[in-house]
Design a protein around this ligand. Structure first.
Ligand code: PMP
Length: 405
């Protein structure tokens, strides 16, 4: 069969693949704990449900403009003013089917073949694959000091004359690290001087802990959105727990937004009017929804840290945002793919191998689940790996004995 070499080179999303595996195991009656997927457990905010339902009841479900309904764009403009301190025009905004499509559209609209995109490891799994899908070259910068945040001099050294874009994701998936404002300021300054686009993936920007702040890149430029190299990505998936609604957006200079709108109009035409109405409802509704989620994740993070602290040999950096932690399991294995497979088979806990995020030896654990999932999940991982932990455990209603250590 003759198929595209490029398509064949694209890896499946590991988080979705693992999620499917967990679902199938659960269907077989196995007591799986899913620490793999990044998905808040909350119910959809009522304002989002009502807004979408009222649209549905009206029965007028048609195409919208490719860049989004004027009323959702208006809500995004208000959001940008509130959270980015920027006054923007409708021409600076485009709505897409999730932040994922937003990022793809940006890369598709700015990359020429062989252009380089600088990514900081650990990075979100989809960035390198999307860059490749746009015929670009992902260049990975791994911080020398073993931390999750690169130094400015490392960034400068990794940039070449082919570098077209830098992607900054803070708070970061998978590490939960929040980049310090001084570093964000330096990156913005550097990108503006070198005329390199800076995509800031702000999808977790409100899910920060202990008073930390993810200061938006726009804070550090005096340029208008139309003159700036900054392209900001956001959406309702994480902060409102609306992953299934698939609404993300981009704030950028109008020239790029126009290009992206042309591209999107040829691919999906537009995002569903029902889902756009839901996003509008969330943005205009009670914002205590977001604060409740943030507090839940902060509490879950604390429980996760407590559990991991008593885990022999596991090194962990406290996450300051998101709902992930990215501990170093090299005391047990240098091969995160094998380790994750082992934990799934023996302990029935889904984790995501660090290798997928460009950092071997780590596992990403999500604490978006229940408190019970966190403590039972870590107890099982300890049982499977740590010879000092009790060698008998109940998984579901089955007693299991560890006979491999
Ligand atoms: N960026 C990052 C860093 C993410 O973790 C995710 C979701 N896992 C996305 C973008 C995509 O978000 P959406 O569901 O809106 O497509």
């Amino acid at each position: 069969m003759s198929i595209s070499r490029l398509a064949r080179s694209i890896a499946p999303s590991p988080t979705f693949a693992l999620n499917e595996q967990a679902r199938l195991m659960r269907e077989r009656g196995e007591a799986v704990i899913n620490m793999g997927i990044g998905e808040p457990k909350n119910k959809t905010p009522i304002s989002a449900v009502l807004s979408s339902a009222s649209k549905l009841n009206g029965g007028d479900i048609k195409y919208t403009p490719p860049d989004g309904t004027p009323s959702l764009k208006k809500s995004i403009i208000c959001y940008t003013e509130d959270h980015y301190n920027r006054i923007i025009e409708p021409e600076n905004v485009i709505v897409s089917s999730g932040a994922k499509q937003s990022i793809f559209n940006i890369l598709y609209s700015i990359l020429n073949p062989q252009d380089e995109v600088l990514l900081f490891a650990p990075y979100w799994v989809s960035y390198p694959e999307m860059v490749k899908m746009c015929y670009g070259v992902p260049v990975i910068l791994t911080p020398e000091d073993g931390s999750f945040i690169p130094r400015m001099r490392e960034i400068e050294a990794a940039v070449t004359s082919y570098t077209k874009v830098i992607i900054l994701n803070s708070p970061n998936n998978p590490s939960g690290a929040v980049f310090p404002p001084e570093l964000v300021a330096d990156i913005v300054d550097f990108c503006e001087r070198k005329k390199i686009y800076l995509i800031t993936d702000d999808i977790y920007h409100k899910l920060v802990f202990d008073g930390a702040q993810a200061v938006p890149a726009y804070e550090f430029t005096t340029k208008s959105v139309d003159d700036s190299m900054i392209i900001a990505v956001n959406g309702v998936a994480k902060t409102y727990g609306m992953t299934g609604f698939r609404i993300g957006w981009v704030v950028a200079n109008r020239e790029l937004v126009e290009l992206m709108t042309n591209v999107q109009s040829q691919i999906t035409s537009c995002t569903s009017i029902l889902l756009q109405a839901a996003a509008e409802g969330a943005l205009n509704g009670m914002q205590s929804v977001v604060e409740n989620l943030r507090l839940t994740f902060q509490n879950n993070r604390d429980i996760m840290m407590q559990e991991l602290k008593t885990f022999n040999g596991v090194r962990v950096t406290k996450p300051m945002g998101t709902f992930y932690v990215f501990p170093d399991f090299r005391a047990y294995s240098n091969n995160s793919l094998e380790l994750a497979k082992f934990l799934l088979e023996r302990a029935q806990v889904v984790t995501v191998p660090g290798k997928e995020f460009g950092m071997e030896g780590h596992l990403r654990l999500s604490y978006a689940g229940t408190v019970k999932d966190i403590s039972v999940g870590i107890e099982r991982i300890k049982w499977a790996l740590d010879p000092n932990s009790p060698n008998e455990i109940y998984i579901g209603d089955r007693k299991k004995v560890r006979d491999w250590l």
